[in-house]
Design a protein around this ligand. Structure first.
Ligand code: HEC
Length: 224
């Protein structure tokens, strides 16, 4: 007789919510305990699979590493740029001409950094190779000998040959860079073998040739 029919009870207390609530509540806003959507889980699993493939391809050696790609790209751009100056001659005049060239001297410097600094030091004061900033030289008697040493190497390849590894313009430009370091006279680091002998100063640099001066900018016909 005291039985209350269930339909009199407020429906919201009885009908369970489809998604249960969590106990998080902020300013009266409640949070459903929804499962993470399937697409999200697949996306996450996808990034894990991608990272494994990436490591396999780029780091374990199936594909070219980022560094190799970068070097190939740099070499390609450089060869394109070299089209402007043609093949340089590794002679005294050319090496002197490019010593302080604002456009090309940085190329010599970057060749030095990537191919020579490991042995001759970032500032060229030596490490496993001789100091290149003073007046003492072992193999170099004249400025063009720098390019010869770089091309052919020296002392049974303790100074490695670079003739097969560098473009002729890279050899000339790095030689110009090395020549430009002379006179800083940094104290020698690391190199304890023959310091070499003092050689005469480099000849004076030639005047820039007309065809190597920057091209004049043509005024545009439309005047804009
Ligand atoms: C593996 C180490 C190594 C690398 C890399 C290297 N060198 Fe050398 N370099 C030497 C050594 C060692 C000598 C001295 C050889 C000897 O004992 O006669 C030398 C000598 C030279 C000389 C002659 C110096 C003199 O006193 O006559 C020049 C110039 C030179 N290197 C420039 C370069 C340039 C430019 C590069 C980069 C393109 C380069 N080297 C890369 C080790 C290296």
């Amino acid at each position: 007789m005291t039985h209350t029919p269930p339909e009199h009870e407020p429906p919201h207390d009885q009908t369970p919510l489809e998604d249960p609530l969590t106990d998080h509540e902020y300013d009266g806003i409640k949070e459903y305990d929804n499962p993470i959507p399937g697409w999200w889980n697949w996306l996450f699993a996808g990034t894990v699979v991608f990272s494994l493939l990436y490591i396999l391809f780029y780091h374990i050696g199936v594909g070219p590493s980022i560094h190799e790609q970068f070097e190939a790209e740099t070499a390609f751009r450089l060869t394109q740029r070299f089209g402007k100056i043609g093949d340089l001659k590794p002679d005294a005049e050319t090496i002197l001409l490019y010593m302080n060239d604002p456009e090309w001297a940085p190329v010599g410097k970057s060749v030095y950094r990537s191919k020579c600094a490991s042995c001759h030091g970032a500032d060229a004061a030596g490490v496993a190779g001789p100091n290149l900033t003073d007046d003492l030289y072992i193999h170099v008697k004249k400025i063009e000998d720098i390019a010869k040493v770089v091309t052919n190497g020296a002392n049974n390849n303790q100074m490695p040959e670079h003739g097969s590894k560098l473009h002729i313009n890279e050899i000339v430009l790095v030689s110009s860079y090395v020549a430009s370091l002379r006179g800083q006279n940094l104290p020698t680091v690391g190199w304890t073998a023959d310091p070499g002998k003092k050689i005469p100063a480099w000849p004076a640099p030639p005047e820039p040739k007309a065809d190597q001066a920057p091209e004049p900018v043509e005024p545009s016909p439309s005047g804009t």
